[in-house]
Design a protein around this ligand. Structure first.
Ligand SMILES: Nc1ncnc2c1ncn2[C@@H]1O[C@H](COP(=O)(O)OP(=O)(O)OP(=O)(O)O)[C@@H](O)[C@H]1O
Ligand SMILES: [Zn+2]
Length: 466
């Protein structure tokens, strides 16, 4: 099966064909680093890390670029307010970003370019656009002319005339047309600035991604991704800049994640309705946050709530409990099981179903349902009188590998939930009724290992944590 990807350009799922066999180049727009990230910002980090992990699981080598916008109006403002320089502010929030996403199981990018370290390439890119007549200088600024790029609007499905009717030239702007956008901004008094053919200044926002993608991944890349709000104008402008200069398709697949909302409104810094990722990390296991994000399809909105997180926690614990139940059964299993082959086949079929869901535009929500079915099946297997170590290993390996594709590791033994304990006690009672004392003892030992003490009372079995 090939992977199919919903491409924002065609608004359809398209089979994935890499530019180069066995390789994927991915560019994901990164944060503007003037603040700690909220969990809305964490969503693209987690979602596209999972896309990357799935490509890798399928045998691709992935070159993954995530940029840092480390100079812009908001950072300059934050630096002025705190009395620090721009670099200090940017470095602090780059470190914080990397710390937050690492906690969430996001793999390191192949490259993390910063605007301030890519200045030469950005200037050369702008210069190329001016030479070709797509951009012009006006009093120290440089503007791009979307009208000069015939396909402008193809990503966000808007015509240039529609766009034109809503656009205005702001006071002080030196554009020829309200649609024109800045590639280079002439320096204001006292602001940080770089030398350029148009005088001192700094780049506009959109140009950095065109220049960085070209520098690190080439003129055409496989996948370009970001949050849904970046479709217009940011990605539309990136396409115009890159395709105007390079005369090649910029990205073959454009992916956009849906919003994290609060009361059905986009979580954003400007609205003030945000939950910081680090606040959430202080309260919840990072894997629970990741599992919560992936339990919804990446293109759908998520209305954030503590209840959803609690339910993610519950689901993940169930999977882990199944995994550890398997672990504890190993000692009482043998090498021989006549039914082993049919169970091994079954496990294989779950893995195939998981892959089929992920192949279908990275449908992590359905893939998680398959994982649930797999753990349920493992629990059914544990009811058998005789269990084989091969089958147990295969169940464990499947649960572990598939969770790993989602960026969730099962290595550490986690505390059992109350309801899992009660379910195990119930199972032990039934085992005793059926005179299956081996299983009954096994459950007692397993609970003991987790520091759960059982007491037989006239009212039945009671338990407490030791
Ligand atoms: N509520 C959200 N849900 C999902 N993704 C989001 C949300 N808010 C921002 N993003 C994404 O986070 C990434 C980082 O973007 P950036 O640092 O520019 O944040 P931002 O868009 O300025 O955030 P805000 O809207 O809070 O000001 C982008 O890909 C953006 O699309
Ligand atoms: Zn970008």
């Amino acid at each position: 099966m090939t992977i199919s990807i919903y491409n924002t350009v065609s608004r359809e799922k398209e089979p994935f064909k890499p530019i180069e066999d066995g390789k994927v180049s991915m560019y994901v727009c990164g944060p503007t680093v003037y603040n700690y990230i909220h969990i809305g910002n964490a969503r693209p980090a987690i979602v596209f890390d999972t896309v990357r992990r799935y490509f890798e699981y399928k045998g691709y080598t992935v070159d993954y670029v995530l940029n840092f916008t480390d100079v812009d109006d908001k950072i300059i403002k934050a630096a002025n307010e705190s009395g620090e320089d721009v670099f200090k502010v940017a470095n602090r929030f780059i470190d914080a970003y990397l710390e937050d996403v690492e906690a969430l199981g996001v793999k390191k990018a192949t490259y993390n370019p910063r605007v301030t370290e890519t200045m030469e390439d950005i200037i050369a890119f702008i210069d190329g656009l001016v030479q070709k007549g797509y951009a012009y200088e006006a009093d120290g600024d440089v503007y791009f002319k979307p009208r000069a790029f015939e396909e402008y609007g193809k990503l966000s499905h808007q015509s240039i005339d529609e766009l034109r009717s809503g656009a205005r030239i702001q006071v002080g702007e030196k554009k020829e047309d309200p649609l024109d956008f800045a590639l280079w901004k002439g320096a204001k008094e006292g602001e940080i600035a770089w030398d350029s053919p148009w005088g001192k200044g700094r780049p506009g926002w959109h140009i950095e991604c065109s220049a960085m993608a070209k520098k690190y991944l080439g003129e055409t890349i496989d996948v370009h991704a970001g949050g849904q709000d970046l479709t217009f104008p940011h990605h539309e402008n990136e396409i115009a800049q890159s395709e105007a200069l390079n005369e090649k398709t910029f990205a073959n697949y454009w992916m956009h994640n849906g919003y994290i909302n609060i009361d059905n409104e986009k979580m954003s810094k400007s609205l003030g309705n945000f939950v910081l990722t680090r606040e959430l990390l202080a309260k919840h296991n990072p894997e629970v946050i990741r599992f919560f994000m992936l339990s919804v399809h990446y293109r759908h909105p998520i209305n954030f709530s503590e209840e959803l997180l609690a339910s993610a926690q519950n689901s993940l614990e169930r999977m882990k409990t199944a995994y550890f139940n398997l672990e504890h059964r190993k000692a009482a299993s043998t090498d021989i099981d006549k039914q082993a082959d049919s169970w091994l086949e079954k496990i294989e079929s779950f893995k195939k179903r998981f892959d089929a869901e992920m192949d279908d535009d990275f449908n992590t929500a359905n893939a998680i349902s398959v994982l649930f079915d797999l753990t349920k099946e493992a629990n059914v297997y544990l009811q058998s009188n005789q269990t084989s170590t091969h089958v147990i290993d295969a169940f464990q390996e499947a649960i572990k590998t598939l969770l790993q594709v989602l960026g969730i590791s099962i290595e550490e033994e986690k505390d059992l939930l109350d309801e899992d304990i009660e379910a195990l006690i119930q199972e032990r009672n039934e085992a005793r009724k059926e005179r299956n004392f081996a299983r009954a003892d096994e459950i007692r030992d397993m609970l003991k290992e987790q520091n759960i003490i059982l007491e037989d009372t006239p009212q039945g079995v009671r338990w407490k944590r030791g």
